[in-house]
Design a protein around this ligand. Structure first.
Ligand SMILES: [Ca+2]
Ligand SMILES: [Ca+2]
Length: 120
């Protein structure tokens, strides 16, 4: 979602909106281009230039492109042993795909959201 203060996203059809945190500046977003093959989006801001940010599927913790029960083990690994998670999944962004409560990190506060997303 384009907004006056960065980028926002929803994982439940618009019921809740979360601030997309990355290294993006707080600036009005005027355009977004998705480059699926390169797993990134290019974001044009007003006054702060163009930025790129990784694309991650919410809850897809094992990098197979889907959210399903196979992601549970990877989610638990990301919570319990972040270093081992990064070793096994070096191309993933658990702070994005596993961040269910919009605070910009994967932690125990994301468990309920992950379970809710799995059941949706
Ligand atoms: Ca998956
Ligand atoms: Ca979180």
């Amino acid at each position: 979602m384009r907004a006056e203060n960065g980028l926002w996203y929803t994982i439940n059809g618009g019921k809740n909106w979360y601030h997309y945190r990355s290294d993006l500046p707080y600036a009005p977003v005027v355009d977004i281009r998705l480059e699926i093959q390169r797993r990134r989006m290019v974001i044009a801001t007003q006054g702060r230039g163009a930025w790129q940010a990784p694309i991650a599927i919410p809850g897809d913790m094992n990098d197979d492109g889907n959210l399903d029960f196979a992601d549970i083990n990877a989610f638990v690994l990301g919570l319990s042993d972040p270093e081992e998670y990064r070793r096994q999944y070096p191309n993933l962004y658990p702070e994005i795909s596993g961040d269910m409560n919009g605070d910009g990190q994967l932690d125990f506060g994301d468990i309920n959201g992950f379970v809710e997303l799995l059941g949706a």
